[in-house]
Every structure is written in C-alpha cells, then in structure tokens.
Write a protein that binds this ligand. Structure first.
Ligand code: 13P
Length: 256
C-alpha cells in the first residue's frame, strides 16, 4: 500500500486575503516543475481568505488543495462566529483540520466535539485532518501514548472503517508547536506507529494501511527529509514554516 504524502500548511491567524494571494502565487512559482508529482499539498488559510484562495486555485488551475483550519459540527443555527462545514464544502474545501491543540487548549474543544466535527466534515465529503498530541508534562510522565491513543479512540468513535481509511490524522506534540523543538524522527515514528496500531485494533488492517498520519511541530526544510522518511509518517502539518513560500517549498520537496 502506498500512501501519497500530504503536506499541509496551517497558516493559523496569519496573512490577510491580499497577503494570502501573494503567498500562494509565490509558492506556486518557487516549486520546481514535477516536485509535486508524488505529494499532495493543502493550504489552510484563515476563513476570510478562503474564497480568494479558492478563486485563485481554480482560475489558475494550481495543484493545491484548499483547506480550512476549523469548523462547527452543526449545519446552521444560532452559533455566533462559527462556520458551518456545509459552507466550507460549497467553497470546494477539501481538507478541514479539527481538534488542533490550540482549539482544544485555548478554546476548550473536547474529544466529544472533535468526534462530532469529524462526522460533520465527512458528511459533506471533505476530509478531516484530526489532530492529537501530548503536553510536555504528559510526555515527561510517560503518558504520551495513553493521551494520544485516547484522543484517537474518542475522535473516531462511531466512524465507519471506510471513512477512517480516508482520513488524515496529525500527530502534533504540543511542546513542539511553534517552539523550534521537534520530536526526533525516531520518537515521532514510534508514536505514529502506535497510532496506526490503534487504528488497526479499531478498524482492521486495510483501514490502518490506508489512513495517512502526518507529523506536526516545528517542521522545517532541514528536518523534513528525516521525518518524512519514517515508515509511519505520511506527511507534515506545518505552521510557521508554511508562511514562507521558499521554506514551505523546501518541505514539499523533502528528500528530493
Ligand atoms: P509549527 O510548525 O509552527 O510548530 O506549528 C505546527 C502546527 O501547529 C501546525 O498545525
């Protein structure tokens, strides 16, 4: 089973829609021809940029998938400030991040909410990128796997094997996000292998072999080749480095 790596740029709350257009145009320009033949790239701008980036991607036929950083789990209703997965689907959004540690820690998202979002995103035929990861304290207490595998079990509860096979899981150790500290490739591989084994125990071999598992946390051009060469790491969820087209392009070309 070959899994096409997915490299995703999570811009977080950075770049207005003008800056977003320039950044995507520059990214397209700096990626050498052929560098994206064996890799998929998704871009996750802030909500206010999504329509502009959709138009750019579609009008210039760019080889990027449109992504969102978050959504609500209801279709419509009295949820001031929230965005419906139905609205994202209407903009041809392909990937939606859910359960990012910043949403869990800063905005109080629970495992149950993440599970509801996974189902809502799938309902609109988009692909969830479901995040999991441990804090530094949890890692030091030897609780990495219990925390991460608990998030996987709760996040995927009631999701069919076929749906699980199609989705993306992002392992992002919280202590490595935006800190310049990266898990060693061996450590990242160990946790990603444990995630795949968990999926195997929940949904069988075929599902476990299909699901893509990204690593995220201070991924840069310099560390991408080693991380991406691990057998259970199928791509990267990139924050800071995805704002710089040259750096993001070097991650996209990992190992080439
Ligand atoms: P950094 O790459 O800035 O560490 O962010 C990782 C992340 O949170 C991506 O979702």
């Amino acid at each position: 089973m070959t899994r096409t790596p997915l490299i995703s740029g999570n811009w977080k709350m950075n770049l207005n829609h003008f800056e977003a257009i320039q950044t995507v145009q520059k990214l397209h320009y700096v990626i050498p021809k052929g560098a994206m033949d064996d890799v998929e790239v998704s871009i996750h701008p802030p909500f206010t940029d999504i329509r502009s980036i959709q138009t750019l991607i579609e009008s210039e036929d760019l080889d990027f998938s449109l992504g969102a950083q978050h959504c609500h789990f209801e279709d419509t209703g009295a949820f001031t400030g929230e965005v419906s997965p139905a609205f994202l689907a209407k903009l041809n959004t392909r990937y939606v991040i859910c359960g990012h540690s910043e949403r869990r820690e800063v905005f109080g998202e629970t495992d149950e909410m993440v599970n509801a979002k996974v189902k809502a995103i799938l309902k609109y035929e988009m692909t969830p990128i479901m995040c999991c990861g441990e804090t530094l304290q949890e890692r030091e207490a030897g609780e990495t796997e219990s925390k991460v595998l608990g998030q996987i079990e709760a996040g995927l509860a009631g999701v069919s094997n076929e749906q699980i096979a199609s989705l993306v899981i992002a392992y992002e150790p919280i202590w490595a996000i935006g800190t310049g500290k990266t898990a060693t490739a061996d450590d990242a591989q160990t946790v990603c292998a444990a995630i795949r084994a968990k999926v195997r125990s929940m949904a069988g071999d075929e599902t476990a072999e299909s699901v893509r598992i990204q690593y995220g946390g201070s991924v840069k051009g310099g560390n991408a080749p080693e991380l991406m060469s691990q057998p259970d790491i199928d791509g990267a969820l990139v924050g800071g480095a995805s704002l710089d087209p040259d750096e993001f392009a070097s991650i996209i070309q990992f190992g080439r």
